[in-house]
Design a protein around this ligand. Structure first.
Ligand SMILES: Cc1cc2nc3c(=O)[nH]c(=O)nc-3n(C[C@H](O)[C@H](O)[C@H](O)COP(=O)(O)OP(=O)(O)OC[C@H]3O[C@@H](n4cnc5c(N)ncnc54)[C@H](O)[C@@H]3O)c2cc1C
Length: 386
């Protein structure tokens, strides 16, 4: 039997010294805004909606960091963007108003869009004024995205879109949704053929119903979105018709590789360290030390992924591994925090609220952006184990 060939590679990467200034500037802005009461609840992080903060971040030059200057960007590196993302997450800043647009919709439009689409959609993203959401999952298509049924048919001047998307985060306040839909009949020989992506103007179109779905924490973060004969003009078809699968999978690479996959729960660790600061128990200190070292190892792996992206590589397997290990740690964290705080007889109400809230949201981490099983399939294929 031939031994499996390993393609796993975490090239050592360091954050360049120039990023220290960027980090300090952003940290100062965030501290100022937090003190001024722009936001209070650190727990919502990239699910928290604060258009005012997103605009301020855009104005200060922290968004569209890697985009071309021609489209309002700053032509900085993936490692610069990494630092900005890390600081926003560590501060628990509410960033949902720009997160998806800055992370994946902007890069997607820059890569596959027409010049007119780049001019129209990208500068407002860099200014933090344009909110996008992701229209991939459907009631009967999640992991198996290629089976989706949402359909766009040709009409005069554009397309008529009909079908249902589900779990669509932020659709209730987003300006646009990039919808993956079928534009050609199913080809049983090639399941990935005949898909396309369209940019749907959620506020300016008719034939769209957005219904809230409350998550386990009772929060309204995602939705069911029904398109019923919704008109999408020709100039909102993104990329080539029929090329949607290739586009959507490159979009997922942006979605999976960032530090949100291990830092969304950073406020839980912060709260835990806060309440345990007086503890002199050796076992507690060891536990906190082990959590921090796991986090640090993930951070090094994640910086390495950012370094490879900057070098123009496509580290899909490494990014999947970071998401798998990172989301597992995020899911464990509230459980560990609960156990050690019970042991230490912590009765700080604010701390317990943080832990309870994080416990309710934790199951989502290993589902959103691709489930653990799907990621492990990608890793196994990358390592030629299947
Ligand atoms: C908080 C949150 C936010 C989300 N936001 C969005 C969004 O904005 N836009 C969007 O489009 N979607 C969004 N999603 C949906 C998410 O992408 C899907 O839930 C996910 O892809 C899984 O699809 P599913 O729920 O249909 O589960 P299914 O695909 O039905 O999977 C069910 C179970 O079967 C397992 N499974 C499925 N296929 C395989 C296989 N081949 N091998 C092994 N195991 C398998 C899965 O791992 C899972 O455990 C969000 C989800 C969450 C939790």
């Amino acid at each position: 039997m031939r031994a499996p060939q390993s393609h796993l590679r975490f090239a050592p990467a360091r954050l360049p010294e120039e990023t220290a200034e960027l980090r300090a500037d952003l940290r100062a802005l965030l501290e100022r805004e937090h003190r001024a009461g722009t936001w209070e609840d650190r727990g919502k992080s990239w699910n928290g909606h604060c258009p005012e903060l997103s605009r301020k971040l855009g104005e200060a030059g922290f968004l569209g960091l890697t985009f071309p200057k021609q489209y309002g960007g700053h032509e900085r590196t993936q490692l610069d963007r990494y630092v900005v993302t890390e600081e926003l997450l560590a501060a628990g800043a509410p960033t949902a108003a720009h997160w998806v647009a800055d992370r994946q919709s902007g890069p997607l439009i820059l890569r596959f869009g027409s010049d007119e689409q780049k001019e129209r959609f990208v500068p407002p993203i860099a200014r933090g004024e344009s909110c996008f959401c992701i229209g991939m999952s459907e009631p009967d298509s999640g992991s198996d995205l290629a089976s989706l049924a949402c359909r766009a048919t040709r009409v005069d001047g554009g397309w008529s879109l009909s079908g249902t998307k589900i779990w669509t985060s932020n659709a209730h306040f987003a300006d646009y949704c990039i919808v993956c839909c079928r534009t050609e009949a199913k080809d049983d020989g090639n399941r990935h053929a005949g898909l396309s992506q369209v940019i749907v103007d959620l506020k300016g179109s008719t034939g769209i119903t957005v219904r809230p779905i409350l998550n386990l924490g009772g929060l309204h973060e995602f939705n069911e979105v029904v398109f019923d004969d919704c008109f999408v003009p020709d100039d909102c078809l993104l990329g080539e018709p029929g090329d949607g699968w290739h586009q959507v999978t490159s979009e997922l690479a942006y979605e999976r590789s960032g530090p949100e996959r291990f830092l969304t729960n950073f406020h839980v660790l912060r709260a835990l360290v806060g309440v345990l600061s007086q503890s002199d128990r050796e076992s507690t200190r060891r536990l906190v030390g082990s959590l921090l070292s796991r986090l640090w190892a993930l951070r090094q792996a994640s910086i390495s992924v950012a370094g490879m992206l900057q070098a123009g590589e496509l580290p899909n397997v490494e990014a999947s591994l970071v998401k798998d290990v990172g989301t597992a740690l995020q899911q464990e964290l509230p459980e560990i925090a609960r156990a050690v705080a019970l042991d230490e007889q912590i009765d700080d109400v604010a701390f317990w609220e943080v832990v309870h809230h994080a416990t309710m949201l934790a199951p989502a981490y290993t589902i959103q952006g691709g489930t653990t099983e799907i990621l492990r399939g990608i890793i196994a294929r990358g390592l030629r184990l299947r």
